[in-house]
Design a protein around this ligand. Structure first.
Ligand SMILES: [Mg+2]
Length: 194
C-alpha cells in the first residue's frame, strides 16, 4: 500500500532516501500500535531535517504485518506514523510518501520487503536515478529490498551481525555493506557510477 503525498523538497532534488521505520527511525518495541509509545532513535530528527534541507526526498517504507495478522488496524498505523512525523517535522505528514505493507509473511505481497516494488515504482514515477537513491534500514529485508531495486542499501542499526552481513554482501556481489554510526552520514555518501 502506498500513500503518495505532496513532495516537500524545495529546489533541485538530490535523490531519495527510503527509510525503514521500526528499529531505524524509532525504537522497535514490537508491533507498535500506540502513538504514545513512539520514541525516536537518537539523531533521527536532526538527520532527516538535514537530508531534506540537502534536497533529498524522504519516503517511509515499512512492513506492518500486524495489520495482516489482525493485531491492529490501519487507524493505529496511521496514528503511529502521524506521531512519528510530528516528532520529526512538527507536522502529521512529514514524509514525501510512504508505503505501508500490511501483508503477513505467508501471503502474496506486492510491497512487503524484501520486495523492491515500492522503490522501483517510486523511482519510475519521479524519474529518479538509482545512483541517487538509498534504502536505509536495520534488517536484512530492508537491505534486500534496496539491492533488489538496484540502489545502495545501508544498514543503520540492526539485527544482523557482521558475519551475516558479509555473507549477505558476498551473495549479492557487493564488496561490502555500508555501515553508518549516524544517519546524517547519508548526506555525505559518495556518488559512484554516475
Ligand atoms: Mg526495522
Amino acid at each position: 500500500m502506498s500513500d503518495g503525498q505532496t513532495l516537500k523538497a524545495s529546489g533541485p532534488v538530490a535523490g531519495a532516501i527510503f527509510l525503514d521505520r521500526d528499529g531505524t527511525l524509532m525504537h522497535d518495541s514490537g508491533y507498535v500500535s500506540d502513538p504514545d509509545l513512539v520514541r525516536l532513535l537518537p539523531g533521527v530528527r536532526e538527520t532527516l531535517l538535514a537530508l531534506r534541507e540537502a534536497g533529498f526526498l524522504l519516503f517511509l517504507f515499512t512492513n506492518q504485518s500486524g495489520v495482516g495478522r489482525g493485531y491492529f488496524g490501519m487507524d493505529a498505523v496511521n496514528a503511529v506514523n502521524a506521531r512519528l512525523s510530528q516528532l520529526i517535522g512538527d507536522t502529521d505528514t512529514f514524509f514525501d510518501g510512504m508505503c505501508i505493507a500490511t501483508e503477513r509473511p505467508d501471503e502474496p505481497s506486492r510491497y512487503r520487503k524484501p520486495s523492491p516494488n515500492y522503490i522501483l515504482e517510486t523511482m519510475a514515477a519521479l524519474s529518479l536515478r538509482p545512483v541517487d537513491c538509498v534504502m536505509v534500514g536495520d534488517g536484512r529485508r530492508d537491505l534486500e529490498a534496496g539491492f533488489g531495486a538496484g540502489i545502495r542499501a545501508i544498514r543503520y542499526f540492526g539485527d544482523i551481525d557482521d558475519e551475516a552481513a558479509a555473507a549477505f554482501a558476498k551473495n549479492h556481489a557487493m564488496e561490502s555493506i555500508s555501515y553508518f554510526g549516524s544517519l546524517l552520514d547519508c548526506v555525505r555518501l559518495p556518488r559512484t557510477n554516475t
